[in-house]
Write a protein that binds this ligand. Structure first.
Ligand SMILES: [Zn+2]
Length: 263
């Protein structure tokens, strides 16, 4: 069985993996408050878990890189524990990491994001890494791969029930490490919802507006963690890890022609 953990390879093995055209999965997340019931590593645990499962299931095609643990998080700094990297630093750092993989001739690098506020910044890092290297560097926020499945079993209200540390993320932690979830402290908090302003992992409002989280939530939760269940989390992890392989296969087979300079 081929090694699926990037960091466990020796340099000749890395060279061989690149020659075999393996894709690199790069989990990116955050250390961030997740209400009084979930540990501050929730986003890291989730993003790493889906990448590990995907790479373990297809080690001839995928490698799981060590995660980028810290993210863009200024809006959560009123809650102890949160670590925030400035936006431009984060874009540049993630770009540098991706381009390093490209320089070692990996053809595909996929940022697998676990923290919503990273998403717009990683779009910039991924696009620039693609345009400035020979690799295809793409981004997926992992919950976007679970939408069709979640529709079939979701119990919390949409929008709002699966925002931050709600039904969705609480379920994932319950599936992976239930002893760390303090369900006795979990409380529903649907936050502010208007016609044009709401937040939910399964689809946010058309208007983008983020203020300090402490202005809209007493304990840092967004959604309904009391509806979290291990079976739901397991379902998300399976659905997403299978979809990650499809995403990579899809990127490999895009029918693009060569670049043309029309000057
Ligand atoms: Zn989270």
């Amino acid at each position: 069985m081929a090694e699926w953990r990037y960091a466990k390879l020796t340099w000749p093995e890395v060279r061989q993996a690149a020659r075999e055209q393996k894709a690199v999965l790069l989990p990116v997340a955050a250390i961030e408050q997740h209400g009084p019931h979930l540990p501050i590593d929730t986003d890291n645990v989730a993003a790493l878990a889906v990448c590990e499962r995907a790479a373990q299931a297809a080690p001839s095609k995928l490698l799981c890189a060590p995660p980028i643990h810290y993210g863009f998080n200024e809006h959560n700094m009123d809650f102890p524990g949160t670590i925030s990297v400035q936006a431009q630093h984060f874009i540049d750092y993630c770009y540098d990491v991706a381009v390093s993989f490209a320089r070692h001739r990996f053809p595909i690098i996929l940022f697998v994001n676990g923290h919503a506020s990273n998403d717009p910044l990683l779009q910039v890092s991924a696009r620039l890494a693609t345009l400035h290297s020979d690799a295809a560097c793409a981004l997926v926020s992992y919950w976007d791969l679970a939408k069709d499945d979640v529709e079939q079993w979701r119990e919390s209200e949409y929008p709002g029930g699966m925002d931050h540390a709600g039904e969705f993320e609480t379920s994932i932690y319950l599936a992976l490490d239930p002893a760390r979830v303090q369900m006795d402290k979990a409380q529903a908090d649907y936050r502010v919802r208007t016609k044009w302003h709401y937040r939910d992992l399964m689809g946010g409002s058309p208007v983008k507006y983020v203020d300090h989280l402490s202005k809209m939530s007493a304990d840092g939760t967004g959604g309904d963690p009391t509806l979290g269940a291990a079976w739901k989390g397991e379902r998300i992890l399976e659905t997403v890890s299978r979809a990650i392989l499809e995403v990579v296969d899809d990127l490999r087979e895009l029918p693009y022609g060569p670049r043309v300079d029309h000057h």
